[in-house]
Design a protein around this ligand. Structure first.
Ligand SMILES: *Cc1c(COP(=O)(O)O)cnc(C)c1O
Length: 442
């Protein structure tokens, strides 16, 4: 498959290049040139298929030209070693629980898939040189990427995180792993970690010394596999006889997850419409209202994985509905608002929603899922069935959830196991010279 850049000024790429580079040379995002329609008979009996079977069919449409069938099947089956159930909350509102992966984050799927795909390309090329993945994290991404790449031979991962600024649970998820994962504790803030990674990619001497790549969420191998979730949700709803008029509501930050759902719809997945649920970072919401996209600095909220002031995948959504720039800005906006509506909630509204939902239904929402739930409560029309994604297990935000609901959220065994491990990390000042010397010694 050929991938082109949303900025249209860089040469295209094959899948291998798109995965290794992440971002195109013109800083645009890679888009697949074709989106293959899945055949009608796939949907006719989709409810009889497993998550893995469904995902393999979807993956084949995206990646089948570039990866042989047997390898792709292995990659998909290895990635999806867990369930993603649809749970009824009340009336016509259901939740798609995306937090049953190894680090209880929906990002686990993209991270694992990318790790396996990169390993496939490395083996195919017969490269013996180690590939080094650098990732800066404020919490969730680091744990998903570290666990996704754990034990994958030929690849070493360096996770850079700000000292004292990630939650203890999150820190355990990438500092206790060992093997091919090195945690680097930077004496600074998240932006310093990001700057170190960016400087490393631009440093000529370092790039001659070692093969560097990123595992950023804009990578096609990280965002596209999230489409699997939505096909599976449709299948489970069809089994319940509830798939006729589906509204998919996705709590969004960088818009990678909802973008994958939109790609799924382009492949033929019967979703009637979408809702992008935001916290107080309402840039996309404002775009829907006004047609103007005005990025700004992010503000801190209770749903901090969605604290994004300039969502990177917005460029993909625009490109998709402008038909790669063929439509005017007005027509593109019109096409987008026909399909996607928005919602935005401040921290007080998030707290209220969590309390109401718990009182009403006994379901424990996390602050991200709360935005999705409330958007459906307010926005679902009669005859529609709504599904919102629960993007994080409430135990990951235990202090906040306990405080808001006055309960004691149980920590799942998988999360507790991380907390028993030995924390190992390399302390690092925030200036680039030290980091570079450290990498040159590896
Ligand atoms: C990453 C994340 C989101 C936002 O997903 P995007 O793909 O960036 O829109 C929402 N909730 C949680 C818990 C996350 O970790």
């Amino acid at each position: 498959m050929h991938y082109y850049s949303t900025n249209g000024k860089a040469p295209g790429a094959d899948l291998h290049k798109a995965v290794v580079k992440g971002l195109a040379e013109d800083r645009g995002l890679y888009m697949p040139e074709k989106i293959k329609q899945l055949p009608k008979d796939f949907f006719d009996n989709i409810e009889t298929k497993t998550f893995q079977e469904i995902a393999y069919t979807v993956a084949d449409a995206f990646f089948g030209e570039d990866v042989d069938a047997e390898s792709l099947k292995k990659i998909v089956y290895d990635t999806l070693s867990f369930d993603c159930p649809v749970v009824k909350i009340k009336d016509n509102i259901y939740t798609l629980e995306l937090f049953h992966g190894p680090t209880l984050a929906f990002k686990d799927v993209g991270a694992r898939f990318m790790a396996r795909l990169l390993q496939y390309f490395i083996r195919q090329e017969g490269v013996h040189e180690q590939v080094n993945v650098l990732v800066a994290t404020s919490g969730d991404t680091g744990s998903a990427v570290a666990n996704g790449f754990l034990g994958v031979d030929g690849i070493h991962v360096y996770v850079l995180y700000p000292k004292g600024k990630v939650s203890p649970i999150q820190e355990c998820q990438f500092t206790t792993l060992g093997q091919n994962i090195t945690a680097i504790e930077v004496d600074g803030v998240f932006d310093d970690c990001q700057a170190l990674v960016k400087n490393a990619f631009m440093d000529v001497e370092l790039n001659q010394h070692m093969k560097l790549t990123s595992a950023n969420s804009i990578n096609v191998a990280r965002f596209l596999p999230q489409a699997f979730y939505y096909f599976n949700a449709y299948a489970r709803m069809k089994a319940l006889g509830k798939a006729g008029n589906l509204v998919m509501c996705v709590p969004s930050g960088n818009f990678g997850n909802i973008c994958a759902a939109l790609f799924g719809q382009q492949q033929g997945l019967p979703i009637k419409r979408f809702i992008a649920a935001n916290n107080a970072n309402d840039i996309f919401y404002k775009y829907l209202q006004t047609g103007k996209y005005e990025p700004k600095a992010s503000i801190q909220t209770l749903a901090n994985a969605m604290d994004v002031g300039d969502p990177s995948n917005f460029a993909r959504i625009l490109n998709l509905y402008s038909q790669n720039g063929k439509l005017s800005a007005e027509d593109t906006h019109a096409a987008i608002i026909r399909l996607i509506s928005g919602a935005t909630f401040n921290d007080n509204q998030i707290r209220e929603t969590m309390r109401h939902c718990y009182q009403d239904t006994n379901y424990i929402l996390d602050p991200h899922g709360a935005c999705g739930y409330q958007a459906l409560v307010e926005g679902l029309k009669s005859g529609e069935v709504g599904i919102f994604c629960e993007t994080a297990h409430p135990a990951k935000f235990k202090e906040k959830v306990d405080d808001i609901l006055g309960i004691n959220v149980e920590i799942p065994n998988r999360l507790a196991a991380f907390m028993e491990g030995q924390k190992q990390s390399i302390p690092m000042p925030k200036d680039f010279a030290n980091f570079k010397q450290y990498l040159l010694r590896q």
